[in-house]
Design a protein around this ligand. Structure first.
Ligand SMILES: *Cc1c(COP(=O)(O)O)cnc(C)c1O
Length: 521
């Protein structure tokens, strides 16, 4: 329902039955809201009400107030969940539920049609070849892990990303764990990591016994702040610490600022593990994302731009490292007739069946990138007039896949407005999510060091080796970019398989949801 359509549902009690019928026809929602001059909901009017009035001989020139008094309309308040609305619809056998604010004003309408058609954040989107490729695996009895699809999937992905070697893994997380281990990360080491990311970027650091130091985002692109990275590297060096690795995340389909980050890490002798789980298909200055790190990891989880239902890939140009990754991912068996082991390995290999799906998905990757970018373009155009909303930027030299379309609400009370918008969208059966909650704000990583984009107000170099920062450390909230992105940030449904009607529905709802917030503030 367009924002204008919602407003057109409101009629004054003096409106004639004839006008009401015409409005019902024009708005096509099956319901009208009769409101007083304050916008308070007096009653609803449906097709049935008008039909019964006509049969009873009420002239079409009579006002709506001449209709027989209805029972008080069934409504919910602004705190109601989608489940509350559905329960009311089922209990009362109705298909429309107006939402009223504390003053009794009709501020929203939920329809059963919406509740039967959920719009997902990012759902799998299969191409034409996957089934045949999986059938091939069945026909040739390559159901075990390892097999021709795995080898081909590795070759094809490596070629696409422009790297020499690739090892398919059971998940992106497994790939990150292997990658860090191959870079020699172990107990007592320090590993730098983007703070604004999914928890899987950081967990393997902890699981290997190392200590993460989290790095803030920069405000434009939301990716790792080169400024904060510089501060962290200098502060650690001052204490004689060289980080063992840096996990640099490419967020929501867009590469980090590699022109500054790569030389900076090289200067300090810190190898980069590029977390490209969200950026397959993106480029940075013409080079594919995932080709910048000493090692890089992709994910084929169900919500990613292409999927194998679950899977990942560790890539790099060092043949020995990737060969070692393959060995570690298959229990690190030594070449012997019996089972001989010198290293502790993992069961981290991708199955041949899933690799078949992956090969099919790779063939449609560029189409998926274009579709997601088109979704983003439509959002940006539709929401261009909405104040206080800033999209994740695509700076010069970047080509983002727009894996997720994300914006941040700016200004006072962003967190409350974000939550109100997410509640509103959820009530209309639209799955939207907050931007990742940064790692330095996660209870799991409480006490870990964090380097914000702008230096602390005192200008002092933060001590990173000793105890965690005290609660009163001089870091104004305005320095903490990733926190602000989390508090005001929203990811909208971005699937490549969303149809035009779904996209329009989400656009209209976002406009109306934000408008409602101003209205009820
Ligand atoms: C999805 C994701 C991962 C983890 O990948 P899985 O395949 O789900 O294990 C890691 N890092 C980031 C940034 C991700 O978005």
């Amino acid at each position: 329902m367009q924002p204008d359509t919602f407003h057109a549902l409101h009629l004054a009690p003096g409106t004639t039955l004839h006008e009401a019928l015409a409005r019902l026809d024009a708005t096509a929602q099956g319901i009208l809201l009769v409101t007083d001059d304050q916008g308070r909901l007096l009653r609803t009017v449906t097709d049935g009400d008008l039909r019964r009035a006509a049969l009873a001989g009420t002239p079409s020139t009579a006002p709506l107030s001449a209709l027989p008094t209805a029972h008080a309309p069934h409504t919910v308040n602004l705190q109601a969940s989608q489940r509350d609305v559905l329960a009311l619809m089922d209990a009362q056998r109705i298909d429309h539920v107006p939402v009223v604010d504390a003053a009794g004003r009709a501020v929203d309408l939920v329809t059963r049609r919406e509740l039967s058609q959920r719009v997902y954040l990012s759902s799998p989107h299969l191409g034409d070849d996957e089934v045949a490729l999986v059938q091939e695996a069945f026909a040739s009895n390559w159901i075990a892990p390892l097999g021709p699809h795995v080898d081909a999937f590795e070759r094809e992905l490596a070629a696409l990303v422009g790297v020499q070697h690739a090892a398919a893994t059971s998940s992106g997380t497994a790939g990150l764990h292997l990658g860090l281990r191959l870079l020699g990360v172990g107990p007592g080491d320090v590993v730098l990591c983007s703070s604004l990311t999914f928890v899987a970027s950081a967990n393997p650091i902890k699981q290997l016994g190392a200590t993460p130091v989290f790095i803030d985002s920069e405000p434009e692109s939301w990716n790792m702040s080169p400024q904060a990275l510089t501060t962290a590297l200098a502060a650690l060096r001052a204490q004689g610490i060289t980080p063992k690795a840096a996990v640099v995340v490419n967020l929501y389909g867009q590469s980090a600022e590699m022109n500054t980050i790569v030389p900076l890490l090289e200067q300090y002798g810190v190898p980069m593990l590029e977390d490209a789980a969200e950026s397959l298909g993106a480029t940075y200055r013409g080079r594919p994302s995932g080709s910048f790190g000493r090692l890089a990891v992709f994910s084929f989880n169900g919500n990613k731009i292409i999927t194998t239902s679950g899977g990942g890939m560790l890539v790099g140009n060092d043949a020995a490292l990737i060969a070692h990754a393959r060995a570690l991912s298959t229990q690190a068996r030594e070449p012997a007739r019996h089972y001989e082991h010198h290293e502790d390995g993992y069961n981290y290999r991708l199955s041949n069946v899933l690799a078949g799906i992956g090969r099919g998905q790779l063939r449609v990757l560029e189409q998926r990138v274009q579709s997601r970018r088109a979704v983003f373009a439509q959002y940006r155009q539709a929401l261009a007039g909405v104040p206080g909303l800033r999209w994740m930027a695509e700076p010069e030299g970047h080509r983002s896949t727009r894996w997720l379309s994300a914006f941040v609400l700016e200004g006072e009370g962003a967190l409350a407005r974000r939550d109100a918008l997410l509640d509103f969208l959820e009530r209309h059966n639209v799955e939207a999510r907050p931007v990742w909650k940064p790692m330095h704000l996660q209870p799991l990583y409480a006490g870990c060091h964090y380097v914000p984009h702008a230096p602390a107000a005192t200008g002092a170099v933060p001590s990173l080796a000793s105890s965690p920062p005290s609660a009163g450390s001089p870091r104004g909230p305005t320095h903490d970019v990733s926190r602000a992105l989390f508090e005001g940030g929203v990811c909208l449904p971005s699937g490549s398989n969303m149809n035009a009607a779904q996209r329009e529905r989400v656009c209209a709802l976002v406009v109306r949801g934000l408008e409602l917030m101003v209205q009820t503030a």
